[in-house]
Design a protein around this ligand. Structure first.
Ligand code: ADP
Ligand code: MG
Length: 247
C-alpha cells in the first residue's frame, strides 16, 4: 500500500504539486494529465528521487525516508528522461542497473534473461542501445524497471514517441505485469492506458481533480462515450491553446 499525505512541491515560487493525497493498492493506475500538470514531479517524489516541500510518502505505513535503501529494492522506476549510454549493449545496461539495485550477483544473469524475454528483447540484447528504435529503448527501460520483481512499478510516459504499433505492444506488456503489485503509469495519451487501468487518476495544475474507473469517469463527464471525450471535456481548452502555465 502506497500512501501520499498532503504532498506539496514548490520550485522557487512555482507550485508544481499542491497537497496531493491518495492511497494506492494493487493494480494498474493511469496518471493522466497534460504537459506541466505535475506527473513527473509526483513520480519523482513517490520514488524518493526528489523530496517534497511538504508532506510524506508512506509505504505500508512507514515513511519512505525511514526505509532508505530498502525502499529502493522495492521499486522499479522508468523515468521520463533517462540517459542510455549508447555504446552499452542492452544486456550491459541491465547488468549496470541490476548492480545499482543490489540484485545478488548469482541471480543477475537469470534475472536479466527473465526481463529480456518479458519485453521480447533477447535477440537485440547484445546490440548497442544507440542503434535501438524508440520502441526498443522503451522496452529496455521497462525491462530495467522490473528487475528484481519490485512491488511498486512507476513508469513515466512509457509510450512517449512511439508509433501506434509500438504503443499497443508496450500497453500489452504493462497489462501483463499486473498482479500482486502497484503499477503507476503516466501519460497524456488516453488510449495508452484506458484499456488496461483499474483506475484513472486525473491531475491538473498540481492537483488530483478526479480518480475513478474509466466507466465512472465517462458517466460523470456528460455521458462521454470514452475516456478521450472525458479528457477533451476536462482539458480541451488547454490542449488547444496551451496550459495557463505555458503562456
Ligand atoms: P508533467 O510531467 O505532468 O509534464 P512536471 O512534473 O514535469 O509535469 O512539471 C510540473 C510543473 O513543475 C511544470 O510547471 C514545470 O514547469 C515545473 N517544473 C518541473 N520541474 C521543475 C524544475 N526542476 N524547476 C522548476 N520548475 C519545474
Ligand atoms: Mg512529465
Amino acid at each position: 500500500m502506497l500512501t501520499l499525505n498532503k504532498i506539496t512541491k514548490k520550485y522557487k515560487d512555482k507550485t508544481a504539486l499542491s497537497e496531493v493525497s491518495m492511497e494506492l493498492s494493487c493494480g494498474i493506475y493511469g496518471l493522466l494529465g497534460p504537459n506541466g500538470a505535475g506527473k513527473s514531479t509526483l513520480m519523482n517524489i513517490i520514488t524518493g528521487n526528489i523530496r517534497p516541500t511538504e508532506g510524506t510518502v508512506f509505504w505500508n505505513g512507514t515513511d519512505i525516508r525511514e526505509l532508505g535503501g530498502r525502499f529502493r529494492s522495492l521499486i522499479g522506476y522508468a523515468p521520463q528522461q533517462q540517459v542510455l549510454y549508447s555504446s552499452f549493449s542492452g544486456r550491459r545496461f541491465l547488468s549496470y542497473m541490476a548492480a545499482l539495485k543490489r540484485i545478488p550477483k548469482k541471480e543477475v544473469k537469470n534475472e536479466i534473461d527473465r526481463v529480456l524475454s518479458y519485453v521480447n528483447m533477447q535477440e537485440a540484447a547484445d546490440r548497442a542501445v544507440g542503434g535501438y528504435s524508440g520502441g526498443m529503448k522503451q522496452r529496455i527501460l521497462i525491462a530495467q524497471a522490473i528487475l528484481g520483481a519490485p512491488e511498486l512499478i512507476v513508469l513515466d510516459e512509457p509510450t512517449a514517441g512511439l508509433d501506434p504499433k509500438e504503443r499497443v505492444r508496450v500497453r500489452e506488456q504493462i497489462k501483463a505485469l499486473a498482479g500482486d503489485k502497484i503499477i503507476l503509469v503516466s501519460t497524456h495519451v488516453v488510449s495508452d492506458i484506458a484499456p488496461v487501468a483499474k483506475e484513472i487518476i486525473v491531475i491538473r495544475s498540481g492537483s488530483i481533480i478526479d480518480r475513478n474507473t474509466v466507466e465512472a469517469l465517462c458517466q460523470k463527464y456528460g455521458e462521454s462515450r470514452n475516456l478521450e471525450e472525458v479528457y477533451m471535456h476536462i482539458f480541451g481548452e488547454e490542449e488547444r491553446y496551451g496550459s495557463p502555465d505555458s503562456l
